[in-house]
Write a protein that binds this ligand. Structure first.
Ligand SMILES: [Cu+2]
Length: 182
């Protein structure tokens, strides 16, 4: 022990601070690694933290398993804040041209949960140029307009998830979904 210790000291003295950092990182031996400070000492705890965080995140999203994933439908969207529960209402309003996605390129709420038989009314804010409401499955499609106060309605009788977009702004994140429950 004493021998290798003094040998290290000798190396350190000869090679300078940079070499001490590298050497301490390799051996990982307690006090000496801490004394070496900077480089090697800091990177080791950081790399053990990263997997711990990932595990926490994974557990978190699993516990929210009630939330539909939508297959990444709402990825890269600034205004998506989960599915808003609007069950218990026969009519639900969604703003078209709400603030979001670097302008007025959002539906608000982006995703709503409604009872079967609910009528969703999309109401145009008049902001962010012309928008429309277009179902991915083609089951409904509104006019393309920028007129403030314009509305488009669709009554959802069948349970399921209905994704829709604003055709010109879908790539910017102007996407929505109606989740219809029984
Ligand atoms: Cu739009």
């Amino acid at each position: 022990m004493m021998d290798s210790h003094s040998t290290r000291r000798a190396f350190a003295a000869a090679l300078g601070t940079l070499a001490v950092g590298a050497f301490a990182g390799c051996t990982g031996s307690g006090a000496e690694a801490n004394q070496a400070g900077g480089g090697g000492g800091e990177s080791t705890p950081a790399s053990t933290e990263t997997p711990a965080r990932t595990a926490t995140d994974a557990a978190g999203s699993e516990s929210g398993g009630d939330e539909p994933s939508f297959g990444g439908w709402f990825d890269d969207m600034s205004n998506y804040d989960g599915v808003v529960d609007t069950t218990g209402n026969s009519e639900v309003t969604v703003a078209v041209g709400a603030s979001g996605n670097n302008g007025n390129y959002a539906f608000d709420p982006a995703a709503v949960r409604v009872d079967a038989g609910t009528t969703v009314v999309w109401e145009w804010t008049g902001e962010g140029a012309s928008h429309n409401v277009s179902a991915k499955d083609g089951s409904f499609e509104s006019e393309m307009t920028g007129e403030k106060g314009h509305t488009f309605s669709q009554t959802f009788e069948e349970a399921g998830t209905y994704k829709y977009v604003c055709t010109p702004h879908q790539a910017m994140g102007m996407r929505g979904a109606v989740v219809v429950t029984e």
